[in-house]
Design a protein around this ligand. Structure first.
Ligand code: URP
Ligand code: ZN
Length: 463
């Protein structure tokens, strides 16, 4: 495997910033020091740039079936777009069909990724039921397959939603085998009633998506999930937290000493409910769950990111084309849920977070790489720059300007939620396991070079 020397950069991890060169051998960081002059197959000059750990995005939905359609990015296009944005590791969601074994689902998702993914990837497992062999399979996946996190939905009745009994059983099962439980926290039953009432009134436009999923439906589900996790004495991770009311429950639980962590996503920091009032059917592009909120919620989330009350920024990348979104033209509840974001996470968070003075560069690394790597059993292989770690690096040019536009970004979708926004700060080069895969906006990687990551688990806590 070719060696690599990165010279003249400023290394930034979650805990330190310092000027140093680094030498990469066999895909791993071999040496960090001042003025290194070792012979190397490739030399990158990082003058004027920061050298960051590659981003870790722990919430993506690539090649995900949704009824008779599929999310628009597969593992090749999605991970390539991720790399262009500085992300070198993803954790996607394998989702079994009703009645399908978890092992069969994992096999299916591994086949989707193999030969396609261009950066390293792991899988969470979604659970749509908890019975039969579920608990035994959870234990085996955690122990033997490196699938150490399980997600349950408290939303989407009749499709993915589980009841409290299943959720509680999963929490106990995860605790017993040392896995982490993730929750999509919205009250699906209440939302269902609100949706039916809106449709009965003839209210069919995209803005109803937000009106029928008010913050209270998320806050209630977050509070319930936290209460059940406390009863199970099990750790909990709340995905895509979007509003102040839900965050308040996370803060209160953490203040009580409960093991609760939460992620938010750029869409909840940068976009608001106003997007649903765009002309025509444009608001459909912003239909995602939870929906976009209000300015006060954005402020609360920013405070949470700065203070440590929120731990991770992921994307929930789940793109659908406008043609696919159009199936909900006469009924907002039929608009496929989800939006693109895998490529723009780090660009937006740097520009709107670091450049805007809301967080510093080390906190940026913590939120986009270190904390997700730690939470999901990838640390210290991923998420930091240290001797022995995988050489997943982003040569980050704080002055690099990008105009966000569907036509020039690399996600396979025909619109971008941030179309026209100009952001400053972005990757001059991206390195995955010592290989330069993006350099000055040019693609240098190869399909299928990404590897499946077996993630570590926590200590099992038998009942
Ligand atoms: O709208 C969303 N978030 N779609 C993706 C699936 C999910 O709920 O995470
Ligand atoms: Zn999601």
């Amino acid at each position: 495997m070719p060696s690599l020397l990165v010279r003249n950069g400023r290394i930034v991890t979650a805990s330190e910033s310092y000027d140093a060169d680094l030498f990469v051998d066999a895909g791993r960081v071999a040496l960090i020091g001042e003025g290194l002059s070792l012979p190397a197959d490739t030399v990158l000059d990082a003058s004027g740039c920061l050298v960051l750990p590659g981003g870790v995005d722990v919430h993506t939905h690539l090649d995900m079936p949704a009824g008779d359609i599929t999310s628009a990015d597969d593992f090749e296009t999605g991970t390539r777009a991720a790399a262009f944005g500085g992300t070198t590791t993803i954790v996607d969601f394998a989702t079994p069909e009703p009645g399908e074994s978890l092992f069969a689902a994992l096999g299916k998702w591994r086949r989707k990724a193999e030969g396609r993914a261009v950066v390293d990837y792991g899988f969470h497992m979604a659970l749509r039921e908890v019975g039969g062999t579920t608990l035994a399979e959870m234990a085996q996946l955690t122990r033997d397959e490196g699938v150490t996190s399980f997600k349950l939905y408290l939303a989407y009745p009749g499709v993915l939603q589980v009841d409290d009994a299943a959720f509680f059983a999963a929490l106990l099962g995860a605790r017993a085998c040392g896995a982490l439980t993730l929750v999509h926290a919205e009250n699906g039953g209440v939302i269902d009633v609100l949706v039916k009432r809106a449709l009965a009134r003839g209210e069919t436009a995209p803005r109803q998506h937000a009106l029928t999923r008010p913050p209270g439906t998320e806050a209630e589900a977050v509070a319930r999930a936290i209460a059940l996790a406390a009863l199970a004495d099990a750790p909990l991770y709340v995905v895509h937290l979007s509003c102040a009311a839900a965050l308040a429950h996370v803060i209160a639980a953490r203040d009580r000493g409960q093991a609760v962590a939460a992620e938010t996503c750029p869409q909840y920091l940068f976009l608001s409910r106003d997007e649903y009032d765009r002309p025509g059917f444009e608001g459909a592009g912003y239909v995602m769950s939870p929906p976009l909120r209000e300015a006060a919620d954005q402020e609360a989330l920013w405070r949470g990111l700065a203070s440590g009350d929120l731990q991770v920024v992921a994307t929930d990348h789940c793109p659908f084309t406008l043609a696919d979104k159009a199936r909900g033209r006469d009924d907002f509840s039929k608009i496929p849920n989800g939006a693109p974001g895998i490529e723009t996470r780090m660009l937006l968070l740097w520009d709107g977070g670091v450049r805007a003075g809301r967080i510093d560069a080390q906190r940026f690394v913590e939120l986009t790489a270190a904390a997700p790597a730690r939470a999901f059993g990838l640390w210290p292989r991923k998420g930091t720059i240290a001797v022995g770690s995988d050489a997943d690096l982003v040569i980050w040019d704080p002055e690099r300007e990008t105009r966000l536009a569907a036509a020039t970004l690399h996600m396979r979708v025909d619109y971008n939620p941030y179309e026209g926004r100009v952001v400053r700060g972005g990757p001059a080069a991206v390195v995955s396991r010592g290989e330069v895969i993006v350099e000055r906006g040019e693609w240098k990687g190869a399909a299928g070079r990404g590897r499946f990551l077996k993630r570590a688990h926590r200590s099992p806590q038998p009942a």
